[in-house]
Design a binder for this molecule. Structure first.
Ligand code: IMP
Ligand code: MG
Length: 187
């Protein structure tokens, strides 16, 4: 198992930059949902966990959180298969609720597209997306993104919830992977 320094090409977004931007996003949400009765944040596991936790710390409005797990990559794949599989569903009935889907990154958009279709069919009062990282140039399907942390280039990133073959989610910054130095997760 390589330590992260061995495969870090560069730090893309520092811990401090993340925290400043996440607080700004939370303040926007506080403002926009000030009158909301049943706000629910849907955290998409596992990549969005760090983002969800830091975001909710800055929310001053009443809200609930729930979790869903969706997978579209297998280990070792670096792009979406296009077909998202729900492996964990919500415990909350979202009918009539204001829902914000909290996601780590949008790449092709396929994962969120499937997820939004499913959630939309359950009759929420409103449905919006809050994403930390957006690889805009990779988009294959249109996704309406209300809250966006950072637009990033088409490079494979890791840390702050995002994994490289399920490892390195714990880093407190977002880094670019040096795929030439990366030897896979078997060792
Ligand atoms: P999409 O369906 O192509 O939009 O892919 C979205 C999902 O792919 C995200 O939820 C991530 O789990 C994963 N993903 C996309 N790009 C990266 C990356 O650069 N690093 C880590 N995971 C990524
Ligand atoms: Mg994800």
């Amino acid at each position: 198992m390589q330590n992260y320094q061995a495969i870090l090409k560069k730090t893309l977004i520092t811990k401090e930059q993340l925290q400043v931007r996440i607080q700004e996003l939370a303040e926007e949400i506080n403002h926009d949902y000030a009158g909301s009765e049943g706000l629910l944040l849907v955290c998409v596991l596992r990549g969005a966990i760090m983002f969800l936790v830091d975001l909710t710390k800055h929310l001053t409005i009443k809200h609930m959180v729930d979790f869903m797990a969706v997978s579209s990559y297998g280990v070792g794949r670096r792009s979406s298969s296009g077909q998202a599989r729900i492996s964990l569903d919500l415990n909350t009935d979202i009918r009539g609720r204001d829902v914000i889907v909290v996601e780590d990154i949008i790449d092709s958009g396929q994962t969120l597209h499937s997820l939004l279709q499913l959630l939309g069919s359950r009759g929420p009062k409103s449905l919006e997306v809050c994403v930390l990282l957006d690889k805009v140039e990779r988009r294959e399907v249109n996704i309406p993104v209300k809250y966006r942390g950072f637009v990033i280039d088409n490079e494979f990133v890791f840390g702050y919830g995002l994994d490289l073959d399920e490892y390195y989610r714990n880093l407190n910054f977002v880094g670019v992977v040096d795929l030439e130095k990366y030897q896979g997760n078997e060792g």
